[in-house]
Design a protein around this ligand. Structure first.
Ligand code: SME
Length: 162
């Protein structure tokens, strides 16, 4: 896989995801290193969409997530199960879209610039191993389009995990 990412300059967000997803697949499917793949996924998403923050939190114990590879400003290192959008996603094992982070009970504000957020669980053999967190500095920036494509991307990621 060449190291240059093709980014659709025009087109819908869905079309951009389509071009991106096949490139992510090519980039990570022959690599089994978890951190390398997580790092490239975070970078590819931020490079394509310019999101405010993109990164992973990994399950580190029965009760805690720990920060993994990300792109963006420094962020909280540890999140308790059930806390914030990430901890809630881990607990419920379902993607969460938050249009206005100030209205999400218990939202953990790593940056006051973040306005909306989507968090997708990374599931392998019915177990959540991590969550992918994408933050925007615009309100209501995420929809079902992001959910469908980000879930596909984490599914590709989960396949590379042994
Ligand atoms: N907002 C997240 C915390 C992680 S940062 O946004 C990078 C949450 O509420 O879980």
């Amino acid at each position: 896989m060449a190291e240059d990412l093709k980014i659709a300059k025009k087109g819908t967000r869905a079309e951009k995801y389509e071009l991106l997803t096949s490139q992510i697949e090519a980039l990570i499917s022959d690599e089994s290193n978890l951190m390398a793949n997580a790092a490239n996924i975070a970078a590819a998403l931020r490079q394509t969409f310019g999101f405010f923050w993109v990164g992973f939190y990994f399950v580190d114990s029965e009760s805690e997530l720990v920060l993994g590879p990300f792109q963006g400003d420094i962020a909280c290192t540890r999140i308790q199960k059930g806390k914030g959008v990430c901890g809630h996603t881990w607990e419920t094992e379902k993607t969460v879209i938050v249009d206005n982070v100030d209205e999400f009970p218990g939202h953990i504000a790593c940056s006051s610039l973040s306005k909306s957020e989507i968090v997708v669980p990374v599931v392998k053999e019915d177990k959540v191993l991590a969550v992918l967190d994408v933050d925007s500095d615009e309100f209501a920036d995420f929809s079902e389009v992001d959910q469908i494509h980000l879930e596909k991307i984490v599914e590709i990621f989960a396949k590379t995990i042994n």
